[in-house]
Design a protein around this ligand. Structure first.
Ligand code: NOJ
Length: 552
């Protein structure tokens, strides 16, 4: 790998496409996407212009959390194929100059992992200390897990509990045990030796827990308190993350993308600075603008476009001061951006392009989540039984417990469900969207028959954006250029410049539902991208709702 990826910060030049394997393409028609399906679509991805694929977990798993519950770090789940299929995918992607990064889930395993099975079977086995077991008749404290209920699960026939920050079938690994860390590092290095280009690192800010394990005042009617206060980005984590980097990533010229919720802007330089733990991190401050916390969907906010704009600006400024960002508006845990960020009557392909351009040209590496390039919308479901995602089911019942009606609970879940973005990818307007000939594991969205028939497609626009960033005369300024935000614009317009050497380009987006007049700092010399068909030229322009332009 080191031969082909010679430059140190090669990942700054990438456009990364996220694949949720279960829903991308089903090659063997069992209703579930797979590795050969991804391979079938490599040419599509090449034509789109992306350069790296991030594939969500493909490892052996009981799929309680769709693969984020790993039973064997080095086995491929049969639903997705075999290791030979993976090797073939890696090879064929390489021929097309597409790199592959995998999901690294090392905060927890599945309860079906051999370490956990041995830990449960024998309290004297060394594997007990691979996880966090606490002896006692009562639960050690009142922490609530991310997917609801206590973080503690009783060990059958023992006065003992084990800790799980996520589902009870996802026991947390004990990072305090050096042997556990060494096992993980060796596994990581074996994957890197295989030739993958790096990792997206799951829930990595959860690996350090406060060792007092003390209760806190409850924050819900269940008498529990979010475990985040005691398990996320806690003091001492720097020791683990520095060691992780030193023992693994640093030895390779690989990319590492930290999923790092709970990191304050002031701490960004520890994470992504010159000697930071990772190449880049996802910042969730603006992604989670619609809810008070990413795991309590009934705590909705009345966010405004002005607040959204301010959060994007703060996030970009913090990323620029510290290092490099991983820019995104969608992923497998988030609703579709068009549904979340755009008012209902404007949820069309023009607005999908508008918000696409807004984030795509920010400073950092752009990530595109499968289907985002089609301008997909959330799915609307009418019954909680139609959901697969554990977090959706938990949020539904917890909302009711908090006093909301069934309808309100369903509304919260429809708006936020992780199943919104996990619906199978529609490749054409045939039955099941060409995803499979078998009924898919999760229902498609209602929009799928029409999504490929729009003129002026969102897909074409994404191709244009990628080509502009990767292959045009603007390549350097769009990848290396500094970002600056322009404050003399209307409240609902976000405007920034990217500047590199003598080149300066402008990106403006109207984030609101009204037309906005903007007096530009200079007249438009050359318009590179425009998302709506109204004419924009000169120095005084009017932007349509959700319109973006890019010019110099
Ligand atoms: C974050 C992942 O993105 C999410 O899908 C998963 O459920 C949790 N981490 C637990 O691994």
């Amino acid at each position: 790998m080191t031969n082909t990826l010679i430059t140190k910060d090669w990942w700054k030049d990438e456009v990364i496409y996220q694949v949720y394997p279960k829903s991308f393409k089903d090659s063997n028609n069992d209703g579930i996407g797979d590795l050969n399906g991804i391979r079938e679509k490599l040419l599509y991805l090449k034509e789109l212009g992306i350069t790296t694929l991030w594939i969500c977990p493909i490892f052996t798993s009981p799929m309680i959390d769709n693969g984020y519950d790993i039973a064997d770090f080095e086995g491929i789940d049969p639903q997705f194929g075999t290791m030979e299929d993976f090797d073939r995918l890696l090879l064929e992607a390489k021929k097309l100059d597409i790199k592959i990064i995998l999901d690294l889930v090392i905060n927890h395993t599945s309860d079906e992992h051999i370490w956990f099975k041995k830990a449960l079977a024998d309290k004297n086995s060394k594997y007990r200390d691979y996880y966090i077991f606490k002896e006692g008749k009562e639960k050690p404290n009142n922490w609530r897990s991310i997917f609801g209920g206590s973080v503690w699960e009783k060990v059958p026939e023992e006065d003992c509990y084990y800790l799980h920050v996520f589902d009870k079938r996802q026991p947390d690994l004990n990072w305090e045990n050096p042997e556990v860390r060494q096992e993980l590092y060796q596994m990581i290095n074996r994957w890197l030796d295989k030739g993958i280009a790096g990792f997206r690192i799951d829930s990595i800010t959860f690996v350090k827990k406060d060792q007092d394990y003390s209760s806190l005042p409850a924050d819900g009617v269940d008498g529990l308190v979010s475990c985040k206060h005691k398990t996320r980005n806690r003091p001492g984590i720097e020791v683990f993350l520095n060691e992780l980097k030193k023992e693994t990533f640093e030895k390779y010229n690989c990319v590492t993308v930290g999923e790092a919720p709970g990191v304050a802007y002031e701490e960004f330089s520890d994470f992504i600075g010159e000697d930071g733990y990772f190449s880049m991190i996802f910042d969730f401050h603006y992604a989670d603008i619609d809810v008070e916390s990413g795991s309590d969907w009934f705590k909705r906010t009345n966010w405004t476009t002005k607040e959204f704009k301010e959060l994007v600006i703060q996030s970009q400024e913090a990323l620029q001061n510290a290092g490099w960002g991983a820019n995104f508006i969608e992923n497998h845990d988030q609703p579709r951006a068009l549904s979340k960020l755009v008012k209902e009557e404007f949820q069309n392909s023009e607005a999908a392009k508008g918000i696409g351009a807004m984030y795509f040209f920010l400073r950092g590496t752009p990530f595109i989540y499968q289907g985002q390039e089609l301008g997909m919308l959330n799915a609307q479901r009418t019954d909680i039984k139609q959901f697969d995602d554990i977090s959706s089911i938990d949020n539904y019942y917890r909302s009711i417990q908090e006093g909301f009606s069934e309808k309100e609970a369903l509304d919260f879940v429809n708006m936020r469900s992780r199943d919104n973005s996990r619906t199978p990818m529609p490749w054409d307007s045939s039955q099941y969207g060409g995803f499979s000939t078998h009924q898919p594991w999760l229902e498609m969205t209602k929009e799928y028959p029409d999504i490929h028939t729009t003129d002026n497609s969102v897909l074409g626009f994404y191709k244009e954006m990628i080509a502009l960033r990767q292959h045009s005369e603007l390549h350097e300024v769009l990848t290396k250029g500094a970002i600056d935000f322009i404050s003399e614009v209307p409240e609902n317009v976000i405007a920034y410049t990217r500047e590199w050497k003598n080149e300066k380009i402008y990106v403006l987006t109207n984030l609101g539902v009204n037309k906005e007049k903007v007096n530009l700092p200079k007249a438009i010399e050359k318009l590179y991208l425009v998302t709506h068909d109204n004419v924009v030229s000169g120095q005084e322009i009017t932007l349509a709702p959700y319109q973006s332009i890019l010019f110099k």
